[in-house]
Design a protein around this ligand. Structure first.
Ligand code: S3P
Length: 429
């Protein structure tokens, strides 16, 4: 099993370019495959999660060419052009792949089976299979349809108006993708806005979407047309380096190509509220999404309260935010983040384990955690639990430890950020 030893760091300096957004990369393949004509994707993220999506669409007859420089050419087959896969579709570790594809496959004219690794096979699927069944979908899974492997017999679907109890882009997107196959209007409501990449991309491809306060509606059976997509850098990946520069004294980093979609940029608001110096430069648009470079300088951080609408806008960044909190003055409380319990691992339990092992006083809550800031962390050995964001958050904490930190099971970082370790080495002085 791969492990890494991370040593305490001197000031971090230099510039890094953040690789493509994972969520947008998944959607580019899915929507590009359902469009008519060619879709070119620039800046596609070549991570393991996105490759699971790519392989699944190839297995359904879609020609996808990988060109130099992270460019993909997808020869779209139209809404009804996918073919029955000859084998089970393996989604690996990727929740976005399995949940969005469950929606997309429910309305096909063929049978398919979706599965994943041992972590994914423990994650709840009822949140998508439940509403899909009420659209007429025929889906079977372990645990009464809650756990993969999931078997789907494609069938005609009817539209629904669904109020999701959780703010989840995977739920919303699965239902919108299913709604493409239902005649009429499919509506999804959510308690807070979750990331809206599906809505933006479907609109760019020619679908009719109507966002409103608290939800979005889509008209079924649109004609989607191939597009040129520029994938911005993933703010969830940038977050590790933003926190690193904030907490290592004397640091200054230029973090380039950061996607700043407002439904994703909660981490910027959180780190600024904690007192972090983050300056946006060269603000621009790429592929219908706002993008900027960020100059980040080490700062004295203070504890804050994080809850409500901020949580879905920063959900994947909360593990590394807890590291910032551990090195801040005062107490940070995270609430309304129960969803962290059903990510790649239980991220509340995992981060409490990391923080405690590094000498920080931190207590779990049912829906979050309380972290008491300290001056520095101690070294030790930490297991990533097979979760990429736990491994990378621990690596950032290790930069401020008084002794080396050994992180075990680190190969998982390749799911979302294949060159993370290389970039981390590059900025150490
Ligand atoms: C994602 C949505 C979020 C996020 C995940 C990616 C997406 O999950 O945590 O990493 O691409 O739609 P939920 O929908 O479960 O909140």
């Amino acid at each position: 099993m791969e492990s890494r030893i991370v040593h305490p760091a001197r000031p971090l300096r230099g510039e890094i370019v953040i690789p493509g957004d994972k969520s947008i990369s998944h959607r580019s393949i899915m929507i590009g495959s359902l469009a008519e004509g060619e879709t070119t994707v620039h800046g596609f993220l070549h991570g393991e999660d996105n490759h699971a999506t790519l392989k699944a669409f190839r297995a359904m007859g879609v020609e996808i060419e990988e060109l130099a420089g992270g460019v993909l050419k997808i020869r779209g087959r139209g809404l009804d052009g996918l073919t029955e896969p000859g084998d089970v579709l393996d989604c690996g570790n990727s929740g976005t792949t399995i949940r969005l594809m469950t929606g997309l496959l429910a309305g096909q004219r063929f049978f398919s089976v979706l599965t994943g690794d041992r972590y994914l096979r423990k994650r709840p699927m009822k949140r998508v299979t439940g509403p899909l069944v009420s659209m007429g979908a025929r889906i079977w899974g372990r645990g009464g349809g809650d756990l993969a492997p999931l078997a789907l017999q494609g069938t005609p679907l009817h539209p629904i108006d669904y109020a999701s109890p959780i703010a989840s882009a995977q739920v919303k997107s699965a239902l919108l993708l299913a709604g493409l196959y239902a005649e009429g209007t499919t509506t999804v409501r959510e308690p807070h806005l979750s990331r809206d990449h599906s809505e933006r991309m479907l609109t760019a491809f020619g679908a009719e979407l109507r966002p409103f306060a608290g939800g979005v509606s889509l008209t079924g059976r649109p004609r989607l047309r191939g597009q040129e997509i520029r994938v911005p850098g993933d703010i969830s990946s940038a977050a590790f380096f933003l926190v690193a520069a904030l907490v290592v004294p004397g640091s200054e980093l230029l973090v380039k190509n950061v996607g700043l979609n407002p439904s994703r940029s909660g981490v910027i608001d959180i780190l600024r509220a904690m007192g972090g110096s983050l300056e946006l430069v060269d603000e621009r648009q790429a592929g219908g999404e706002p993008v900027a470079d960020i100059v980040v300088k080490s700062s004295r951080l203070k504890g804050i309260e994080i809850s409500g609408e901020l949580v879905p806008r920063a959900i994947d960044e909360l593990p590394v935010v807890s590291i910032a909190a551990a090195l801040a003055e005062g107490t940070t409380t995270i609430r309304d983040a129960r969803e962290l319990r059903v990510k790649e691992t239980d991220r509340i339990a995992a981060m409490i384990g990391v923080l405690t092992a590094l000498g920080v006083s931190a207590q779990p809550r049912d829906d979050g955690m309380v972290v008491h800031g300290s001056d520095g962390l101690r070294g030790g050995t930490i297991d990533s639990c097979g979760d990429h964001r736990i491994a990378m958050s621990t690596a950032i904490a290790a930069l401020r430890a008084t002794a080396p930190v050994t992180i075990t099971d680190t190969a998982c970082t390749a799911t979302s950020f294949p060159n993370f370790w290389e970039l981390l080495d590059k900025i150490k002085t």
